[in-house]
Design a protein around this ligand. Structure first.
Ligand SMILES: Cc1cc2nc3c(=O)[nH]c(=O)nc-3n(C[C@H](O)[C@H](O)[C@H](O)COP(=O)(O)O)c2cc1C
Length: 211
């Protein structure tokens, strides 16, 4: 990795760019596994049809440094799917209050509905997660009266595996391939901020940023 500025920090134990990137991916993988980790939930930004930014919370489902991608699951009928199928540009934001670390990223999102990646993600989904995809109405549909948008018999139960399969047609995996990742660690002895950027050939440029 090439660094385009010298690492000038005033800290006694100055961080290193390479290890910082590794730490970021490791923390994201911990976020995927551990529901109490601050990075278990990500804020995802898309561009809406009127060009306005749209943001929402999702559960971070995968983080893979090899493919530089982070993934989440969603209802294929939801508005964000149309956004990403029209314009793949995506923003991601993760913040862990305990670690005091923010990860800000952007990249390109691809939607997977009926391919081996989506099949594998569905196969690995818990029955309680699968219940969401049995919703009778498409997310964001305007309803004439209140409805929690779940089948009546599943309001207080999770479906069995056979029942859950009806949700498969509504399930989608969204994979975000990162082009830029920015780390901000709030520290009492001086905040640490760095940016990593990849070009089309996959070469990474890293630099420190003023926090
Ligand atoms: C804690 C939390 C976790 C959520 N996780 C997901 C998720 O993993 N996938 C998802 O599609 N929506 C998730 N949502 C709901 C979204 O934030 C959003 O309301 C919904 O997906 C509709 O978004 P859209 O209209 O932009 O498509 C979550 C909401 C909260 C509050």
């Amino acid at each position: 990795m090439e660094s385009d500025t010298p690492s000038g920090t005033t800290q006694n134990d100055p961080p290193e760019l390479d290890s910082l990137l590794e730490t970021a991916w490791q923390a994201a993988q911990t976020g995927v596994r551990e529901s109490r980790h601050g990075w278990h939930q990500a804020t995802i930004a898309s561009n809406g049809p009127d060009g306005m930014p749209e943001v929402r919370t999702v559960v971070l489902r995968s983080a893979d440094p090899e493919t530089r991608s982070m993934g989440f699951h969603t209802d294929a009928r939801s508005g964000k799917i149309e956004h990403f199928e029209t314009d793949g540009r995506v923003g991601l934001l993760l913040y862990d209050r305990a670690l005091r670390i923010q990860l800000r990223a952007r990249g390109r999102a691809t939607v997977h509905r009926n391919d081996p990646l989506a099949d594998a993600a569905w196969a690995g989904s818990s029955l309680s997660s699968r219940r969401c995809y049995l919703a009778p109405h498409a997310p964001s549909k305007v309803l004439p009266v209140f409805s929690p948008n779940l089948p009546e018999d599943l309001l207080h139960h999770i479906p069995d595996e056979a029942t859950s399969e009806a949700g498969r047609e509504h399930f989608a995996l969204v994979r975000c391939r990162l082009e830029m990742l920015e780390w901000l660690h709030l520290r009492h002895d001086g905040h640490v901020r760095a940016r990593f950027q990849w070009d089309e050939a996959g070469a990474c440029t890293a630099c420190w940023l003023a926090p």
